[in-house]
Ligand binder design. Structure first.
Ligand SMILES: [Zn+2]
Length: 96
């Protein structure tokens, strides 16, 4: 991923980082523990990398909830994948 930006809760704790992968899809890396930007310590433990799903992430420092929304690109890509599958099914059906 490039152009990573910190993904923060309302209080400014860093919950993870968001960026775009090679296909221009927005992704987020969620840390296991939120980071206080004033206390930079070891490299954070990565809990998960999310792409095409909506997810609630709770800040482990202040308990604030933030919802990750993948954005248009991921949704468009999912729609495209589904319609491709459907076209394949339709093609098979017409051959029978
Ligand atoms: Zn917080």
């Amino acid at each position: 991923m490039n152009e990573l930006t910190a993904w923060k809760c309302k209080a400014g704790h860093v919950l993870g980082q968001s960026g775009r992968n090679g296909h221009g899809i927005r992704q987020v890396i969620i840390y296991r523990e939120a980071i206080d930007p004033d206390e930079l310590g070891d490299a954070p433990d990565v809990l998960l990398v999310a792409e095409g799903l909506v997810m609630d992430v709770r800040c482990s420092i202040c308990g604030d909830m933030r919802t990750w929304v993948p954005g248009e690109e991921a949704i468009q890509r999912i729609i495209k994948l589904y319609s491709r599958e459907r076209m394949k099914d339709a093609g098979n059906a017409s051959q029978k």
